[in-house]
Design a protein. Structure first.
Lengths: 606, 194
């Protein structure tokens, strides 16, 4: 054992390696991404790691490997599990031979996601057991326990951290590499009565799954991660049930208060440790459930009370004692406990004259080629009836002023299909779908085929910056690199589109502004489904060649560059003229091309 | 008892590295440390923060409101935004250079630097802020000859304030641990600057 300062995601990666994981597949998504990256970085050499094209592919690759007896790990964020839900739902009926852990990072808040869905609930729905760690230390231990459980019951198991565990850091004891498990998988054993899903197998296995999960509610009551913290000497007949990082907030609040209520920490929300819950409820009149996302523990305790005839009032989200949405914090948990225990609240500080602060939402980086692509389409389509369907990635930020080029955004790849739906209702609207390169490969191809087959009219705009930028620049099928470091043949987006049948597929550098505008005008006028690929590398990865500067004597202070581009490197001065922040400028030259008096020069675009 | 530190700024300014440096310095001294980071969409020029808890007795990775001993702000408006986290009489180390958000340039709320700095000074006069240390970012960068070490300048100022529970020397060791050797001299000067 040795001590390391680790991010929760790194700790889970090392936990998986210590458990002897053989195959790892996933798709990037905040807050899960660093798990797979860390496994790739710390790979002892014999672990197969891939960024899959999407979560469904990753789940199926891992399932196949687990059929062979390999220990496998899938990593994704909560909405990624939606994409992989089809294989998961069926896989639970089939089961696995090697231990299979599905690591799904939830995002209360949500901080970087579309939904506040709770994977604990998904576990119940899919009947897959769930582990829910509270800290970095927990996360390291529980992922190893998850592999053990999975292999023992022959079923996939979900590991469900949330953002504060994923992106929290702590110094913890971890195993040395020579202590890691290392097993060679036995290989696939043919048995069509086991691996081929048919209704007869499903109904038989369904019964076995229900039986097993009932058994687990008892077994997991003895799991050390589920525990009761005894009450203080002066406590009343009150209890708090909690989980995840909220447990740490509760402990932060109660510390060694002699009036502290009894605390139940739930690490396996499904199957729920029922015997332990009954023990916890003995002698209590009221319990406050402090949870994030869904009231999973609260519902389970209400059920346990009813089933066992226990008279105890269960409070939480369903009773309005804990807020129903949003991320918990140290103070939101303290406020809920104050109210529950009837503790006096400190007086709110007197309001003072806090100056109004500018809002600071995330923005496209200075020099980002997406800005140029959006501006080209905006200018080309000025005055026309249009819809701009956006998608998931950095380019969702194109919705902000002054670009205002994202009318819809739903989920990965949806923009392409939304555009078709709009076209079928409003054929006179010019429908555009913007999609990033990684998103196109992940889930844009089927939508494009759908549009082509079903005779929609739309312009597909692929914003190709040759990386998965938002999640930290992972490679994808179009980059010709893998996470294992191999150089492979890149999948050509142009060939995919032409293979579908599109006859107009234009590739343009969006930073060549006039050409980009002219291309959009021409392509948008063509019938059917047509595509423009705006190709220019992400500026976070590319090194600038030469930066742009403003000739102060020529700048007339019209600020057209600022108003059109919203580039963070363009800084208006007190006299109205514009200066360029050299630490941010990448020399993309877009401002040079929109300046009406040619006062900006010197940049050299990539 | 733990020392609670809130680092804040704008995505891309280097708050994550700064929090790692503090954590490394604590680790080297054998002091327990927990941190929580902003990773994700906000890193693209949004408001970001890191919470660092140094010492025993920290359960949560996040600092509670009114519980921070020190705020290290890479940007003045972000110092004011995070001020509710500061305990009464806590320390604020702040860079005086604003990063004006695009929203302020394109019709949103204006960025009033004077109002923000005046407000911070008033908080020091009233005792709400125990000690306010304003780092002149432009001068620091000119004198150090680099625009890449504001985070280390701010950490040096914070360490000298005595509120980190870590000395400038501790921070120097941490920098040498985390940063390539060719940048040691620059960073040593940055830690000592001011």
């Amino acid at each position: 054992m040795h001590r390391e300062f680790l991010m929760g995601n790194e700790a889970m990666a090392l936990g998986a390696l210590a458990a002897g994981v053989n195959v790892v597949a996933g798709y990037p998504g905040t807050p899960s991404t660093e798990v797979l990256e860390t496994i790739a970085k710390r790979n002892p050499g014999d672990v197969y790691v891939e960024w899959s094209v999407n979560e469904k592919a990753g789940m199926e690759v891992a399932a196949g490997a687990a059929y062979c007896g390999a220990r496998t790990l899938v990593t994704c964020k909560q909405v990624g599990l939606n994409v992989a839900s089809d294989p998961l739902m069926s896989l639970e009926y089939i089961g696995v031979s090697g231990g299979m852990v599905i690591l799904v990072a939830d995002d209360p808040g949500p901080i970087s996601s579309q939904t506040e869905q709770d994977t604990r609930t998904f576990g119940m729905f899919s009947k897959v057991p769930v582990f829910d760690p509270s800290s970095v230390r927990d996360a390291y231990q529980m992922i190893q326990d998850a592999f053990e459980l999975s292999e023992r019951i022959g079923s996939p198991v979900i590991m469900r951290p949330t953002t504060r565990v994923d992106h929290g850091y702590e110094a913890i004891e971890v195993k040395d590499q020579d202590e890691w498990r290392s097993d060679k998988p036995e290989g696939f054993v043919k048995d069509s009565s086991r691996w081929v899903i048919f209704p007869r197998l499903s109904v038989r296995n369904h019964a076995l799954i229900e039986e097993r999960n009932t058994r687990l509610t008892d077994e997991l009551s003895s799991y050390p991660g589920n525990f009761i913290v005894p009450s203080g000497a002066k406590a009343g007949r009150m209890g708090i049930a909690t989980h995840g990082v909220s447990y740490e907030y509760v402990e932060e609040d109660l510390s060694d208060d002699p009036r502290r209520p009894r605390v139940l920490r739930i690490a396996t929300p499904f199957p729920f440790p029922e015997r332990l819950a009954v023990e916890f409820l003995q002698g209590l009149d009221e319990v406050l459930c402090v949870e994030e996302l869904d009231p999973v523990i609260e519902r389970a305790l209400v059920y346990v009370c009813g089933r066992h005839g226990i008279s105890c009032r269960i409070r939480g989200k369903l009773t309005g004692d804990v807020r129903s949405s949003g991320e918990n914090s140290v103070e939101s948990v303290t406020a809920a406990i104050d109210a529950f225990l009837g503790r006096p609240r400190p007086a709110a500080p007197a309001p003072d004259d806090v100056p109004q602060l500018p809002v600071r939402p995330p923005v496209l980086c200075a020099g980002c080629p997406h800005r140029a692509s959006f501006l080209a389409v905006k200018r080309a389509m000025a005055g026309r009836k249009t819809i701009f369907c956006g998608d998931i990635g950095c380019y969702t930020l194109g919705n902000a002023q002054p670009l205002d080029m994202c009318d819809t955004c739903l989920c990965m790849g949806a923009g392409i299909d939304i555009a078709q739906g709009v076209f079928h209702v409003e054929p006179d609207t010019l429908a555009f779908a913007f999609v990033g390169d990684s998103t196109f490969f992940a889930s844009g191809i089927t939508g494009t085929i759908n549009a082509f087959y079903n005779q929609a009219e739309m312009t597909l705009v692929v914003l190709d910056n040759s990386t998965t930028a938002m999640t930290g620049h992972q490679p994808h099928p179009g980059t010709g690199r893998t996470v294992m470091g191999d150089v492979v043949r890149a999948v050509s987006m142009e060939n995919v589109l032409r293979g579908i049948g599109l006859t107009t597929v234009e590739v343009v550098n969006p930073l060549d502004h006039e050409l980009a505008v002219e291309t959009v005008r021409r392509v948008a006028a063509e019938p059917g489904v047509k595509a423009i690929i705006f190709r220019s590398p992400c500026v976070v990865l590319a090194k600038p060649k030469a930066k742009s500067r403003v000739d102060a004597s020529a700048c007339v202070g019209c600020q057209r560059c600022v108003r059109q581009l919203g580039c963070p490197a363009l800084i208006p001065q007190a006299d109205g003229r514009v200066d360029i922040d050299q630490s941010q400028c990448t020399g993309c030259t877009l401002c040079e091309q929109v300046c009406p008096v040619h006062a900006i020069s010197g940049g050299e675009r990539l | 008892m733990s020392t609670n530190i809130v680092l804040c700024g704008v995505g891309g300014q280097g708050t994550i590295l700064a929090s790692k440096l503090i954590a490394t310095a604590a680790m080297e001294r054998g002091i327990p440390v927990k941190t929580a980071e902003t990773i994700g969409m906000a890193q693209r020029g949004g408001s970001v923060f890191s919470h660092v808890r140094v010492g025993d007795g920290a359960a949560s990775p996040l600092v509670g409101r009114g519980k921070a001993d020190v705020i290290v702000a890479f940007e003045p408006a972000e110092a004011v935004r995070q001020l509710p986290f500061l305990r009464h009489g806590g320390t604020v180390v702040v860079s005086n250079r604003p990063v004006v958000p695009v929203s302020s340039m394109t019709g949103g709320l204006a960025y009033d630097l004077d109002a923000i700095m005046t407000y911070l000074r008033m908080q020091e006069e009233s005792g709400r802020i125990g000690a306010l240390s304003v780092v002149e970012a432009r001068r620091a960068e000119l004198e150090l000859g680099s625009a890449k070490c504001l985070n280390v300048v701010l950490l040096g100022a914070a360490a000298r304030s005595g509120t980190l529970g870590l000395s400038v020397e501790d921070m120097r060791h941490a920098v040498h641990e985390r940063v390539p050797e060719r940048f040691w001299e620059l960073n040593d000067h940055a830690l000592a600057w001011g």
